[in-house]
Ligand binder design. Structure first.
Ligand SMILES: [Zn+2]
Length: 88
């Protein structure tokens, strides 16, 4: 029983130390949206972003490549090209 209490106390102390270190070690570059991201959180965000990117790539692979609709460089209307433009 004593051991459990001691461990719990030790844990709390470690967490406090951790929090202090996090604040001290947080580089300025991690302040992006007002939240201070720690290195670990930043890494997680990067990994999540990577996963999302991979999903997008996987979806893109499943679909046949669609060509972007033509945009007229004369009148900037999408749907026809400069060659087909009726305004020239
Ligand atoms: Zn046009």
């Amino acid at each position: 029983m004593h051991n459990t209490i001691l461990l719990a106390q030790e844990n709390k102390e470690l967490q406090t130390i951790n929090q202090h270190q996090k604040k001290r070690n947080a580089p300025r570059s991690y302040i992006a949206t007002g939240d201070i991201l720690t290195g670990a959180e930043e890494l997680q965000h990067a990994q999540e972003a990577n996963q999302r990117q991979e999903e997008v790539v996987a979806q893109a692979d499943l679909q046949p490549q669609k060509q972007a609709p033509p945009t007229c460089s004369t009148c900037n209307i999408v749907g026809h090209t400069r060659v087909q433009c009726s305004r020239c």
